[in-house]
Structures are given as structure tokens and as C-alpha cells.
Design a protein around this ligand. Structure first.
Ligand SMILES: O=C(O)CCC(=O)C(=O)O
Length: 330
């Protein structure tokens, strides 16, 4: 009996059920087997080999002003913004959405509200020269409510002797699932709190780097944040090196460019924005970004790390539409 005949002999209801089972099976394989594979070097060689030329051709062909484009979400906040973010991510263009967060501002956008939500957690706070040794910072552990007390000016930082001039203590890249699941997620990002990292500190910074395996949405909740973006095609001008399989760091500092070390500094196309509480910035995959802020500041980043950046074939996170990692990669 051939396959077509066999299929026809199965009652339609059972066939539908079988189809559903196969799709779910495929989805489970994608979700549970593919993520570990993402760390397989060949996947990343493929990403680097195929991704860089495609992205840099996109960005080199475009004209930039020094400002990042911005639009205002208005009174509905993030409600209508997923499609805008998706359009920009697909074409590797950064965008700021002003007033992205409008609801629950007292909970997430005030230090007092945060204390109530996450005060009991023990956090790992970056100290020392953390932006000089990206990827391998020193930490101290403390209760988040004690750290917030310090940020509010109510107490001294207990490990003051471990700090370096100009670099305040930084509770950086921290997972906070209890609040992550209450925050909005663009439709093409995973819903899981595992893909949300929080950033709480005062007078802190993150050095120039990019993410090759995802787009990033950086959302400001408390205080402000200064961001420089540099398009991927300018990697040769900024001392970029591959830090690990998914990240490049760069030694150029857009906030204080060293023209001796980087004679091409004037050619670097630095795009700037100062995020205010409630604003969101889409940083498409491969785009370099550096962050600084003065005073207390709290933000979160979401990563669509299940897939590759939208502009090189990453797809929506929908069970029936999952794309395999290598689809479309020749
Ligand atoms: O806000 C920060 O300090 C760093 C954010 C960032 O670089 C990221 O999410 O990739």
C-alpha cells in the first residue's frame, strides 16, 4: 500500500489528531533540542559567515543621522507596537518607542515599588573595573532592598572599598522572573522570563558590544539611560573582537572616544538617545551598543534568543510557525 492510500484510509478526525501530534512533536524538538545546539560552534560559524555580510550590506547602504528614530506610543503604551518593532527588526533599523510602558508605573518605575516587588531577593552586584573586563566582572552579594536603600541615598554602599572611580555598583544582567512575567513582550519574542535581564544601579555603564544571535529590546523603567548605537558595518573602526559564540565586544568608547587609539573615530557613525522612564529601544542583532547613566536607573532587556535576528531569518515565536535554526541558510 502506498503512503497516499494509507493516508486516505485513516478517518479525517484521526488524521487531524495525528497532524496535531506531529506538529507538537516537531515543536517540542525545536524548543528542547535546538537551544542546546545553538551553542554548537558550527551553528555560530554559519551565523558569522552568513550573517555578517548580509547585515553589513543592509546597514552600509543606508544613510544615518546621529539620532535614533523615535515614535510615541501614546496613551495605549505597548499595545499596538509589536508590529512596528517587528518591521524595524526585520530591516535591521533601531527605533525608540516613547511611552512604551504606561500601566503599573508605580510598581516598576519607582524604587519604592521595586522594593516591594523584589526587595527580598539576594542579588549579585558588579563592583570593580567591570566595564574593562567585560564578561568577567567581580561581584558582591546583597539583598536587593539594601541595594535600593543605597540607591535612594539612605545608606552607604557596604563594599565601598571595592568600587572604582566613576563606576557605581551595578546589579546587572539579573533574572527576576517574578516581575519579568508581568511585563509586556513583543509578539516575536519568547514569553519566557529566561529571556529577560534586569539592570539596576547608579552611575554605572556597559561597554560597547553586540549580540549576534538575537534582537534586543531595552526598556527603561526608573531614571534615565544614555545609549550610543553603532551600525554593524563599522566593526573594523571600533576594535571589535568575538567575545564568545554570540557576542562581540569593542574597545572603542563612544562616550569618550580615544582618537589616538582610533584614528578613524570621526568616521564612526554614533547614534545617540537618552531613554526616559517608560521608553523602549529596539537594538537589532549585530548592532553595537554602549550604555551609561548617572543617578539611580533601572531597566530590562528582552532577547529573542530562541531564534536569530529577524533581519537574517529569525521568525515569530508561534508554535506552528517556528523556523528551524538553519532554514534559509543555504
Ligand atoms: O543597560 C545596560 O547596562 C546594558 C544593556 C545591554 O547592553 C543589553 O541588554 O544588551
Amino acid at each position: 500500500m502506498n503512503i497516499a492510500k494509507l493516508k486516505k484510509s485513516i478517518p479525517p478526525g484521526l488524521r487531524k489528531l495525528g497532524g496535531l501530534f506531529l506538529t507538537s512533536f516537531r515543536y517540542a524538538i525545536f524548543r528542547w533540542l535546538m537551544p542546546p545546539l545553538k551553542h554548537y560552534p558550527l551553528y555560530h560559524m554559519n551565523l558569522a559567515e552568513k550573517g555578517w555580510p548580509k547585515i553589513t550590506a543592509f546597514t552600509a547602504g543606508r544613510k544615518y543621522t546621529d539620532q535614533i528614530e523615535s515614535i510615541n506610543c501614546g496613551s495605549n503604551g505597548y499595545d499596538d507596537s509589536s508590529h512596528v518593532l517587528e518591521d524595524y527588526a526585520k530591516t535591521s533599523r533601531p527605533i525608540v518607542l516613547k511611552n512604551y510602558i504606561v500601566a503599573d508605573k508605580e510598581k516598576f518605575c519607582t524604587l519604592e515599588g521595586l522594593k516591594g516587588e523584589i526587595g527580598d531577593i539576594i542579588g549579585r552586584v558588579r563592583v570593580g573595573d567591570y566595564d574593562e573586563i567585560a564578561g568577567d566582572p567581580e561581584f558582591v552579594e546583597m539583598r536587593v532592598s539594601d541595594f535600593i536603600d543605597h540607591l535612594q541615598g539612605n545608606s552607604e554602599f557596604p563594599y565601598k572599598n571595592r568600587l572604582v572611580e566613576g563606576k557605581g555598583p551595578y546589579l546587572a544582567s539579573t533574572k527576576l522572573p517574578t516581575i519579568a512575567k508581568l511585563l509586556p513582550v513583543p509578539s516575536f519574542f519568547p514569553r519566557s522570563p529566561d529571556f529577560t535581564a534586569f539592570w539596576l544601579g547608579s552611575d554605572s555603564r556597559s561597554p560597547l558590544h553586540n549580540h549576534m544571535s538575537c534582537d534586543v529590546l531595552l526598556v527603561q523603567l526608573v531614571g534615565r539611560r544614555k545609549v550610543f548605537l553603532i551600525p554593524p558595518h563599522q566593526a573594523p573602526l571600533i576594535g571589535s573582537i568575538l567575545r564568545d559564540t554570540g557576542i562581540c565586544t569593542a574597545s572603542f568608547d563612544p562616550f569618550e572616544p580615544d582618537k589616538e587609539e582610533f584614528p578613524g573615530a570621526d568616521l564612526v557613525n554614533k547614534m545617540y538617545f537618552e531613554l526616559d522612564s517608560g521608553d523602549a529601544l529596539l537594538i537589532p542583532g549585530f548592532w553595537y551598543h554602549a550604555i551609561r547613566f548617572t543617578g539611580p536607573s533601572f531597566a530590562f532587556s528582552q532577547f529573542n534568543a530562541n531564534v536569530m535576528p529577524m533581519s537574517i531569518g529569525g521568525g515569530s515565536i508561534k508554535p506552528w510557525k517556528e523556523r528551524s535554526y538553519l532554514k534559509g541558510w543555504g
